[in-house]
Design a protein around this ligand. Sequence first.
Ligand SMILES: NC(=O)c1ccc[n+]([C@@H]2O[C@H](COP(=O)([O-])OP(=O)(O)OC[C@H]3O[C@@H](n4cnc5c(N)ncnc54)[C@H](OP(=O)(O)O)[C@@H]3O)[C@@H](O)[C@H]2O)c1
Length: 331
Amino acid sequence: MPVNKAFVLASRPSGMPSADNFRLIETPVPEPGEGQVVVRHHFLSVDPYMRSRMNAGGSYAEPQAIDAVMLGGTVGEIVASRHKRFKVGEIVVNYGGWQLYALSDGSDLNKVERRSFPLSVYLGAVGMPGVTAWYGINRILKPKAGETVAVSAATGAVGSVVGQLARRAGARTVGIAGGSEKCAYATRELGYDACIDHRATNFAEQLAAAVPKGIDGLFENVGGEPFKQCMSHLNDFARVAICGLIASYNGAPTTLPDMRIVLVKRATIQGFIVSDDMSIWPAALGELGGLADKGELKYRETITEGLERTPDAFIGLLNGRNFGKQIVKLA
Ligand SMILES: NC(=O)c1ccc[n+]([C@@H]2O[C@H](COP(=O)([O-])OP(=O)(O)OC[C@H]3O[C@@H](n4cnc5c(N)ncnc54)[C@H](OP(=O)(O)O)[C@@H]3O)[C@@H](O)[C@H]2O)c1
């Protein structure tokens, strides 16, 4: 009898999570009932939003329940089916959580094809993070040729796609990332015109030099001091997409910019959640999948092997240890 292994939330963290906040459990792999399927997960996505869900409340979504399997996006293969629409062997993207197998009634399953890119990319550039980038670019920043777009966490799952989409729209792109290796990758591989290390002591000077014509579109993934600095370079009628504030997810205060800039520059600031408008997903995934298939959308992954190492991969993500999309390989 195959065994399903899963991580449940054992306790809520205060500050940075630790391995004790998770508990590994083992149960038999379920048999599908009428109208159900069993998915064997190949890859699991670990994402920053999981940290907010570990808190008791106060976010846009319901908190993760204690003793429930940790939530998370997955891609896998149907290994047993008693459902009319799904056959054994089909590949699906689902929200199966931190576990090896998931039982589903089909309502959360999206069939995908094997293409020229690995299946894990359906959790990154051609998945939720890619759609997040697409939403922020096409619905909020709307960059025009010759404008300047700045992006924080520029080599990450979302940021790497933001930079490439903004560049395709003809914008000058300026990334912000942690460390010289990530910055070199941003300019050499992702096509950013410049990338600045947020740990550099002369960050403010480097940013000023990188945006000589100011910033027209700011895609914010992190918050903190670099965000404040970017805000001080906004141009008239600049657009700011607040996608994430990862620097404060473990309790650090969010650093607010001087709000006079919003008035003086008549800037628009918009927070958004990628699930706000599900109608954009097919178009976004179609475009991103097409680009990735043709090799025109670059992506990078940090792949951690084995479910047991998921808490470590997640804590690494919250510390910037990942380089590109953080994935856990399960099969
Ligand atoms: N609004 C939405 O619907 C939506 C959807 C998906 C993601 N998001 C948000 O988008 C952001 C990026 O998510 P992602 O999945 O693409 O993650 P990611 O960028 O692949 O990984 C997180 C990156 O954030 C940076 N980071 C982590 N802790 C930091 C800290 N304390 N200070 C400064 N930088 C830190 C690190 O990059 P560096 O080493 O380069 O600093 C790290 O690699 C997150 O804020 C996330 O919550 C929002």
